[in-house]
Design a protein around this ligand. Structure first.
Ligand code: FEO
Length: 400
């Protein structure tokens, strides 16, 4: 049965939710599910903005049929060709054979890469800044390459001033009926998942996010419709400011995230001692993670949040403990930058951990390593308290 909702008089949400999928992109855990947003615009002509993932195809088709209320579908706008939004292109073309698929050169290249049906009669190629008038509504296309794939574009509906923003401004988490962010307790329900989504999915492309935000700065925007998560119609500056901060790799919080790998608890013990000393000296709201317990996507999300990070790891096979190496290399691959970090290495023989962590940290832009690493030989000893006190003082000094 159809399940649709108007976002304005003639624009209808026809998306859906998936609460069964374990991992987004088969990589990121989504305990609260995910939603796939898609919209139908009813005017002299009709337009569908993006499709959805194959997991909710049946619901999606029922939604479109209901939204169209017997009308034909004239346009399918493809803002993003990742299959979680494009799985239904062929089915849409089969049902509406005269439809025009609106995309850019790279969109059509990707359709032919992913799918095996003839869409050439349906192509409507647009260029940056082109406007498609479908009646009272006009769609203007802003290319947003690498936010998050090269073909991405944003569609700006000029009459109602609605931005269809592809992956940008989205969030993990299924919708619970409330489509608009201001009808949810966003801070409680979606804020952490919006940052985890940004950091892990779009985080590498901060420069490109800045570029498209600059491009859109002259447009008045009354509503933002991302492909995932709630729609923004109030307090747009909240999410716009977050994206500005995150894409400049500026921390949200001046405090310390502590991340450790520990096989038998000795490296963990040192991190507890360090956190204790930081807390006694007034550092508030720290967060500690065990890389073997927490999926890296959550740690990466908090890396985007915190100004300071302490990494601690044992040596493993003359290198770095794999979980820590994976995490740090993932941060480096995401172009993570502009942070202060401190290191704790452990080694029972031939210690290498702090050296390898330093090497990886040095590949990150504008990452400052505070002082010298704390070196532990198997376990922390009483006489090391003084060195750790000095280490903690240096971290606190660097927070001023
Ligand atoms: Fe939700 Fe980049 O796709």
């Amino acid at each position: 049965m159809h399940c649709i909702q108007n976002i304005s008089k003639n624009i209808i949400w026809v998306g859906g939710n998936d609460r069964r999928l374990e991992r987004f992109e088969n990589m990121f855990p989504i305990p609260s599910g995910v939603c796939y947003n898609s919209f139908v615009i009813i005017d002299s002509e009709t337009a569908l903005i993006d499709t959805v993932d194959q997991s909710i195809s049946r619901q999606f088709i029922e939604n479109i049929i209901e939204a169209l209320d017997g009308r034909n579908l004239d346009y399918l706008v493809l803002n993003h060709m990742e299959p979680d939004h494009c799985a239904n292109i062929e089915e849409i073309v089969r049902r509406y054979p005269n439809i025009k698929i609106v995309g850019n050169k790279k969109t059509f290249q990707m359709i032919s890469q992913f799918y095996n049906f003839d869409f050439h009669m349906n192509m409507h190629e647009v260029k940056e800044g082109d406007v498609l008038c479908i009646g009272e509504h006009s769609l203007k296309f802003f290319f947003a390459p690498m936010v998050h794939w090269p073909e991405v574009m944003f569609t700006y509906e000029m009459t109602e001033k609605i931005l269809f923003s592809a992956d940008a401004f989205g969030s993990f988490g299924a919708l619970s009926g409330n489509l608009f962010s201001d009808d949810t307790d966003f801070e409680c329900t979606y804020a952490e998942e919006a940052r985890r989504y940004y950091a892990n999915i779009v985080g590498k492309y901060g420069q490109q996010v800045q570029a498209v935000m600059k491009k859109l700065s002259s447009c008045e925007i009354k509503m933002i419709c991302p492909l995932h998560g709630p729609v923004w119609r109030n307090n747009l500056s909240y999410i716009l400011n977050k994206y500005d901060l995150w894409s400049r790799y500026e921390p949200e919080k001046k405090s310390v995230m502590l991340v450790y790998a520990s096989m038998y608890g000795n490296t963990e013990n040192v991190m507890n001692v360090i956190a204790n000393k930081l807390a006694v000296k007034g550092v508030k709201d720290m967060h500690m993670y065990d890389v073997s317990k927490t999926h890296p996507s959550y740690i990466i999300s908090d890396a985007w949040k915190y100004s300071h990070i302490i990494f601690a790891s044992p040596t493993y096979n003359l290198g770095l403990y794999y979980g820590m190496e994976n995490l740090m290399k993932e941060l480096a691959a995401l172009q993570f930058q502009n942070r202060k970090v401190a290191l704790v290495g452990n080694g029972s023989w031939a210690p290498r951990a702090s050296k390898v962590m330093e090497e990886i940290a040095c590949t990150m832009k504008n990452v400052e390593i505070i002082g010298n690493p704390i070196e532990i030989t198997s376990s922390m000893k009483e006489e090391q308290h003084k060195a750790i006190d000095e280490f903690v003082d240096k971290i606190i000094e660097s927070m001023k």
